[in-house]
Design a protein around this ligand. Structure first.
Ligand code: S3P
Length: 433
């Protein structure tokens, strides 16, 4: 659980091998969605293996402030849904913390409420663009004001919404989900078209909870008003958390690692496809479907990796894995390059910049592009002082880099792993030799 206080600096020693069998925390993306839908369902939604991430706790805290009774146990969250009309205005601002998903998805629901809400976030979230949800939700009838440049805090006056047909200018599952959630409160058919396929957990969760969602290629529609039905749901292990151990297991010699119970939704498994095409030995075992999501175990063995260029159309489906893939690029025969990832600049940190800065500290060469990175291959990394820049995925990507470096590294600002994977360092210590 997230409650263990973590030191904010970690010593990362080179590893000889990674061995054992580990589990990942529940998927962060899916946990947000189950909590939000459970809140507006009528009846009890029990969510098993709910994410231990601080981001998902932010979602629960916001829902509690909106009058939703929530009980949290170590591996399970129970939500007494209040129904689509049962939320109550919060007397104080709703704090989304570091979580873009909390702010953007919750805005979709708040847009349909007959009251005003203020949504705030931490320093990092306060720099992240919200115009992408303000535009469509305003078209649907909500009144939303923000700080200059469409930045948080958001002041949302919700009300009766009308359906829209929306062509998304960027591929973002958070934007798609905010509109779908707002669509539950609109009278008629809301249609969303995405430029490239993004994760579809909202669509699956809605279907699981009895809401009809129509899907044709990159178009998704929902007919409102619609109310999700409460039910027991299971959250698979987070593949974006597993990605750090998958890459570590491939790169560190003499590794033999099993990662159990990982979510294998095809809109999230581009990381596996890319690594397999580069020569990574990853076997997928025991695949089953739970709560509409594919789940299985991954067996990872050290591999010689080719590297190469990542296809642009895959970028939205491996956006969270790009920092650790850039680290992998330094060890691959042909390096690794990608473009079409300008979104990385508006994540928890500017991930193009923060990846490049840490790689340079380790003595590697890297070329920063406006929308990507070019990482030459076969570069030895040397142990260095590294910075997370307060970004959980940068912290974990560079902990992995430290495992294959020559000499120890010191990672500053490591506590931010709590945002998605509080157990990260404990799990690493368990498998690293
Ligand atoms: C998420 C979607 C992605 C991803 C984020 C979680 C989601 O963001 O980077 O970590 O849960 O829908 P965008 O939708 O902004 O690309």
């Amino acid at each position: 659980m997230a409650q263990q206080p973590l030191p904010d600096t970690q010593l990362i020693r080179p590893a000889k091998g990674l061995a054992g069998s580990i589990r990942m925390p529940g998927d962060k993306s899916i946990s947000h969605r189950y909590a939000l839908l459970g809140a507006i369902a009528e009846g009890t939604t029990e969510i098993h293996n709910f994410a231990s991430s601080a981001d998902c706790q932010s979602t629960l805290d916001c829902l509690a402030k909106l009058g939703v009774p929530i009980e949290r146990r170590p591996d399970r969250v129970t939500i007494q849904g209040v129904g689509p009309r049962g939320l109550r205005a919060s007397p104080t601002a709703l704090d989304a913390g570091n979580s873009g998903s909390t702010m953007r998805l919750l805005s979709g629901i708040l847009a349909g409420q007959p009251f005003r809400s203020i949504l705030t976030g931490d320093a990092s979230l306060s720099r992240r663009p919200m115009k992408r949800i303000i535009d469509p939700l305003t078209q649907m009838g909500a009144r939303i004001s923000s700080a200059d440049g469409g930045l948080p805090p958001l002041d949302i006056q919700g009300g009766q919404l009308k359906p829209i047909c929306y062509e998304m200018p960027i591929a973002s599952a958070q934007v798609k989900s905010a509109i779908l959630l707002a669509g539950l409160f609109a009278e008629g058919v809301t249609e969303i078209r995405e430029p490239l396929a993004t994760r579809d957990h909202t669509e699956i969760a809605l279907e699981q909870m009895g809401v009809d969602v129509e899907r044709r290629r990159r178009t998704v529609t929902v007919r409102g008003p619609a109310q999700p039905a409460a039910k027991a749901l299971y959250t698979p292990g987070d593949i974006s958390s597993a990605a750090f151990f998958i890459v570590a297991g491939l790169l560190v010699p003499d590794s033999n690692l099993v990662i159990q119970n990982v979510g294998l939704n095809p809109t999230r498994t581009a990381i596996l496809d890319v690594l397999a095409s580069m020569g990574g030995q990853i076997n997928v075992l025991n695949v089953q479907t739970i709560s509409g999501e594919l789940v299985g175990d991954l067996h990872v063995q050290s591999s010689r990796l080719q590297g190469g260029d990542l296809p642009v159309e895959l970028i939205p489906r491996l956006i969270d894995e790009l920092p650790v893939l850039a680290v992998l690029g330094t060890q691959a025969e042909r390096g690794l390059a990608f473009r079409g990832a300008a979104e990385l600049r508006v994540k928890e940190s500017d991930r193009i910049k923060t990846v490049a800065q840490n790689l340079r500290r380790m003595g590697a060469q890297v070329e920063e592009l406006e929308d990507g990175l070019i990482v030459p291959g076969r570069q030895p990394l040397r142990g260095a002082e590294l910075d997370s820049y307060g970004d959980h995925r940068i912290a974990m990507a560079f902990a992995v880099a430290g495992l294959v470096a020559d000499g120890s590294s010191i990672l500053h600002g490591s506590r931010c792993v709590n945002i998605s994977f509080p157990e990260f360092f404990a799990t690493l210590n368990q498998v690293a030799e």
